[in-house]
Design a protein around this ligand. Structure first.
Ligand code: MTE
Length: 882
């Protein structure tokens, strides 16, 4: 999947982030050079997803396609495997997998030049370097590197037996062009002492209690609590060895690092598990011992397979034995096509099918063979391998501000793509496709899984089963990262022993094996037998007293608010709810063993039923207010009105005709619908157009984002457009920091202020939250607040709510002024033209006492509005972006 770029236009097309520093000269050395696989099209997410708004990561815009593996927070995600593979050799930053142990540090643009790292410990000349110096004083290089989480493919281990880690599918890896200085150059400036043997690295992400680790206490008994900053170490001689390619990076695919990937500076340790590539880097410490950081000791290890979670918890020696620490990746591969649950129609299939996927090895080793078997490993076929990384070895020149300097080194630090055409009749005659990769040290993926307590480095042959159903072949991967299903689960449910050497399937005449006894972890505290009813549970569902229910037992999370690795939000968002399913899916045996400490009683059976039986609670008492902050409630689509070719009003009935919506003015609600294409849930935030006091109904104004040639279209808006009348959608809310209380009073994050005027800046459908506030001001004739609305659109037809806006102006010109501006106004348009600009903001939204600016529109508009308004003298606290 390589591309040759010959024009600046093509470059601009594949690099839509339009980094002004990138020119065609940066990436095209001369027409004679071989083509280079360059970054795929990338769109920087601008939206803070609703699920993130209530977490400490509420400042990080993200791509909703990423599959969350540990609930809402911390952010641990992998991309859908097919989307990842189909992007090609390089992954766009928005699809790149993320592994965060805690909150993402918020780093403001203006602070980046002064971001400092220290180089300390066993050095002759301790140093502090700032970001500017790191860019200016050191040679910059650019290199393609694949990062792989040690947990990649862990769901397979967890299906055999729950490990102490969460479930990754086979997409816990991604590749990018990283730019920055070599680590060795930086370290050399501080003059390492001869005694220095290890390079310890520490990030800026504060984890849990936020104090720094003590130097390692050899008798440390508490392994359940991380404490301090994320950190780890590698050997110093590796960092100094140019063949190992260890670097610092500030750019990824030519763009500044994104927050989730360590902005502004991270370490990148090629060929080793991703856990060594410390993000948000603050400290480099040279020592004579490996890192004493909690994560270095208690994570990233493959303990011997016979060590059970219990044994590992009882004896610290398992964790401090350096032999079990993992650094270099092991050889691994996975199939991307056929996809999980893909169906091949034999009546229309061609004569052959191309099986494709990825393979990687560790420590700079090259993948030398990828082999495929269709007969349980009796015979193998050799697949083709594409070494895209080698194209960079042939390249001489600069790329994204760094020199590509790989011609002299042989180490392979990237994944390779393999493929093989298989005659369809061969697939038809087989029960499974088996894939194994081999590297240049002749390490081959094993047939059998090596299960271990942390479930890391899982690399048995990748197996895709084939089931013939009528005229079709159905393919199944071992697992799916977030959904149930996959052949491993099926086999396990049928009592198969997944570790029996035949993937749990019985040979003819073989008796079924007795299923492995499920270890039942006692999550109850001995002697606790208090009965708790629903009323008492609901009385303790606040963030101060978060009681929650797992398997019918009630737990008080108060004592673990500070200690939970996911932050207090992980507990408070469960308060008052039965969270059995999520809890059991996410938590390890170790976490379960901690539960007795928080166990306070048992929910009586009637209360448990009522808690989970939403239909009965709805019919028993007709709720007056529709929206609920922690439960989804259903509204029914009753009408679609076309406002223009791409804009509709969707009318929904609430649960009953006397119900109020329950949405404070200026706030939003979350909507969940099923994507008709893949059945996945899509969640977005909307502000209804209808008056929030409307009884029994709500109206949403939605612009449909139809797919274009290279744009997939808006998932939510397309799903809504296809929704048949009579269908139900799920709603939850309210959400939002801002509320208009009336008579010029506003509340922002609970703090009240008195205003005399609003400046309202909006574009397109961004009018909706602004309009709620405007309507509230205008409907109350006693409300003295004045409103100036600066509303930008493309054409006159795009102006929404125009008759209402005109009516408000006609009602009271002093109180309401609406200024339209069009970027593509027709010849007859007499109003303003162009975008909302510095000039229009100076004219209509100049700073005033007791005033606030409300802004809602596309990301780019909001960004430039913020910059201009701040430059024109507004304070950040006077601006509210919906
Ligand atoms: N660095 C810091 N400071 N904090 C972290 O949580 N996670 C590590 C590593 N560096 C981590 C970190 C792990 S386990 C992995 S796999 C990689 O970052 C993931 O990098 P990515 O999120 O950019 O893909």
């Amino acid at each position: 999947m390589t591309t040759t770029f010959t024009t600046q236009a093509q470059v601009a097309e594949i690099l839509p982030f339009k980094n002004a520093e990138i020119t065609i000269e940066d990436i095209i050395p001369s027409p004679a050079e071989p083509d280079l696989p360059l970054p795929p099209p990338s769109t920087k997410p601008s939206e803070i997803l609703d699920v993130d708004k209530i977490t400490p990561d509420s400042h990080v815009p993200r791509d909703p396609r990423l599959i969350r593996l540990t609930g809402v927070h911390p952010f641990n995600v992998e991309p859908p495997l097919t989307a990842l593979y189909d992007e090609g050799f390089l992954t766009s930053p928005e699809l790149f997998y993320v592994r965060n142990h805690g909150p993402v540090p918020q780093v403001f643009d203006e602070d980046i030049p002064n971001w400092e790292i220290s180089i300390e410990g066993l050095v002759e000349k301790p140093l502090v370097l700032n970001f500017k110096e790191i860019l200016q004083k050191y040679d910059q290089i650019t290199a393609p590197i694949t990062l792989v989480c040690a947990g990649n493919r862990r769901k397979e281990q967890n299906t055999v037996r729950k490990s102490k880690g969460f479930s990754w599918g086979p997409a816990g890896l991604s590749t990018a062009l990283f730019t920055g200085p070599m680590m060795a150059d930086i370290l050399r400036s501080a003059k390492p002492l001869r005694r220095a043997k290890y390079l310890c690295m520490e990030g800026a992400d504060k984890l849990v209690r936020g104090t720094k680790d003590k130097r390692r206490d050899k008798d440390m008994t508490d392994i359940s609590q991380p404490n301090g900053f994320y950190g780890t170490s590698v050997k110093l001689n590796w960092a100094m060895d140019p063949h190992r390619g260890i670097m610092l990076a500030h750019k990824m695919n030519g763009e500044d690092l994104r927050p989730d990937h360590g902005r502004p500076l991270r370490a990148v340790v090629p060929g080793q598990i991703g856990g060594r590539s410390v993000k948000w880097l603050k400290k480099l410490i040279l020592t004579d011992e490996p890192s004493d950081n909690w994560y270095h000791i208690n994570d990233n290890r493959v303990l011997p397979t016979m060590v059970t979670p219990e044994m590992s918890a009882q004896d610290r020696k398992w964790w401090t034995d350096e032999r079990y620490a993992i650094y270099e990746l092991n050889v691994n591969s996975a199939v991307a096509h056929p996809q999980h649950e893909e169906v091949l129609d034999l009546t229309t299939a061609g004569s052959s099918y191309t099986v494709k996927g990825y393979a990687y090895a560790g420590g700079g080793r090259r993948i030398t063979k990828v082999e495929i078997s269709l007969d349980r490993g009796k015979s193998w076929r050799l697949s083709d391998i594409e070494y895209a990384e080698d194209k960079y070895r042939d390249f001489e020149g600069d790329l994204f501000g760094g020199k590509v300097d790989m011609w002299w080194r042989e180490s392979c630090f990237c994944w390779s793509f393999w493929s093989l055409d298989i005659p369809v009749p061969d697939l038809e005659a087989s029960d499974a496709i088996l894939v194994r990769a081999v590297d240049d040290a002749l390490s081959a993926q094993p047939r059998d899984m090596y299960w271990s307590v942390l479930g890391m480095m899982n690399n048995p042959w990748f197996r895709v089963t084939i089931t013939k159903e009528g005229n079709t072949l159905k393919f199944e991967h071992p697992t799916h990262p977030s959904k149930a299903g996959g052949w491993m689960e099926r086999v396990k449910k049928n009592g198969g022993d997944l570790l029996n050497g035949t993937w749990g399937e019985r040979m003819e005449g073989e008796e079924p094996v007795a299923p492995e006894p499920v270890i039942d972890i006692n999550m109850k505290k001995d002697g606790v037998n208090r009965q708790i009813d629903l009323q008492e549970l609901k009385a303790n569902n606040s963030s101060e007293n978060p009681w929650f229910v797992v398997n019918g037992e009630v737990y008080d999370g108060t004592g673990f608010l500070e200690g939970h690795p996911g932050g207090a939000i992980s507990i408070t968002s469960s308060a008052g709810l039965d969270v059995s399913e999520d809890f059991l899916a996410i938590h390890s045996e170790t976490a379960k063993k901690m539960m007795p400490d928080y166990h306070i009683g048992t929910l009586d059976p009637a209360s448990l039923k009522a808690l989970n039986d939403k239909s009965s609670s709805i019919s028993d008492e007709l709720r007056e207010v529709f929206l609920q902050s922690r439960e989804w409630t259903k509204a029914t689509l009753t009408e679609k009105k076309n406002v223009s070719w791409d804009t509709r009003i969707f009318v929904f009935d609430l649960e009953h005709e006397k119900q109020t919506l329950g949405l404070p003015i200026g706030q939003h609600l979350m909507i969940k619908v099923q994507d008709p294409i893949n059945g996945e849930a899509v969640i977005r935030s909307y502000t209804p157009m209808s008056d929030t006091n409307l009884i029994g109904k709500m109206e949403l104004l939605v612009k449909i984002y139809f797919p274009g040639d290279s744009i997939p279209g808006g998932r939510m808006t397309l799903a809504l457009d296809k929704l048949p009348l009579g269908s139900a959608i799920d709603c939850k809310g309210p959400t939002g920091r801002f509320e208009y209380l009336g008579n010029g009073r506003v509340s922002i994050s609970g703090k009240e202020r008195q205003l005399r005027s609003f400046k309202m800046i909006c574009g397109g459908t961004g009018i909706t939250p602004v309009f709620q506030v405007l309507r509230a001001v205008m409907q109350d004739t006693q409300d003295p607040t004045t409103c100036t609305v600066l509303y930008g659109n493309r054409q006159e037809e795009d102006i929404l709510c125009r008759s209402d806006l005109d009516a408000y102006v006609a009602l009271d010109k002093e109180k309401c002024n609406v200024v339209h501006t069009l970027t593509k106004g027709s010849d007859t348009w007499t109003g303003r033209r162009g975008r909302i600009s510095e000039q229009s903001l100076a004219e209509y939204a100049a700073p005033e006492e007791q005033s606030m600016v409300l802004v809602c529109g596309p990301g780019a508009m909001e960004k430039s509005a913020r910059e201009i308004l701040l430059a024109q003298g507004w304070n950040e606290s006077d601006l509210h972006f919906f």
